[in-house]
Design a protein around this ligand. Structure first.
Ligand code: SAH
Length: 226
């Protein structure tokens, strides 16, 4: 998989890909991340990427021309399965969406800033708009990093134990059960006995039950399709 990200602040997006699981995925050649600085596509000497909004009002708007140049250039090199704009009014990110995106070959993500991008960019270039939640960030970069992280960890071979992503929360509309590790007793606080019993079918049943109870308590909305 290849992910291209268009941004005016590429620095925000360097460290997430330089450590831990995402770095390993890149080193193993399972994913390529390419950052594109929008300012490289500006023609005026001041490297303007934004301007006042028509109709007046506070806040600058990202201009269409540099974005058009950048997207058109990238599209001339390869076909994109999705051209995503990160936006608080987009479709709310969830695990199903992430699962679908993890199967794509080439994804292009546009990060907005200021008041966002000229609406014509959204109308003519964007195939999907994604929000990471009902709050407003100052730029799309952190949101793009969230999307990339969620997608990349699902690519086969990225997580050490292949099955571990399948037992995480939201797969099957259930939250994950509680997990414990050594020591089996700490300050008198014990791990549930079943987990040290070695009875694996029973442990599986217990986990399923705990998943259900936790979901019922914390996120009953996920069980509405029962
Ligand atoms: N004026 C816009 C907000 C602009 S915030 C509005 O009210 O809807 C600046 C940029 O940050 C956006 O263009 C978008 O790329 C990014 N952004 C902000 N909040 C976000 C969120 N919740 N999810 C995804 N991207 C977000």
């Amino acid at each position: 998989m290849r992910i291209d990200i268009i941004t005016v602040v590429p620095d925000i997006l360097t460290s997430p890909f330089e450590v831990s699981i995402l770095k390993r995925a890149i080193d193993k050649g399972l994913v390529e991340i390419h950052l594109h600085n929008l300012r490289d596509y500006v023609t005026d000497n001041y490297r303007h990427i934004d301007d006042y909004q028509f109709g007046g009002g506070a806040g600058m708007v990202m201009m269409i021309e540099p974005i058009d140049k950048c997207i058109t250039h990238l599209k001339s090199e390869r076909e994109y399965d999705e051209i995503i704009y990160m936006s608080p009014d987009g479709e709310r990110l969830n695990q199903k969406m992430v699962n679908t995106l993890s199967l794509k070959e080439n994804i292009l993500i546009l990060c907005g800033h200021y008041k966002g991008v000229d609406q014509r960019v959204r109308d003519h270039f964007i195939t999907r708009e994604i929000s990471i939640g009902d709050y407003v960030l100052s730029g799309g970069e952190l949101a793009a990093a969230v999307v990339c992280d969620a997608i990349i960890r699902l690519i086969p071979g990225v997580l050490g134990n292949e099955t571990s992503a399948l037992t995480d929360s939201f797969q099957d509309d259930l939250l994950a059960p509680p997990v414990y590790t050594r020591p089996a007793e700490y300050k008198g606080w014990k791990v549930p006995e079943i987990l040290t019993s070695g009875n694996f079918p029973k442990i599986e049943d217990w986990r399923e039950e705990q998943s259900y109870l936790r979901t019922k308590k914390l996120r009953p909305d996920l069980l509405k399709n029962e």
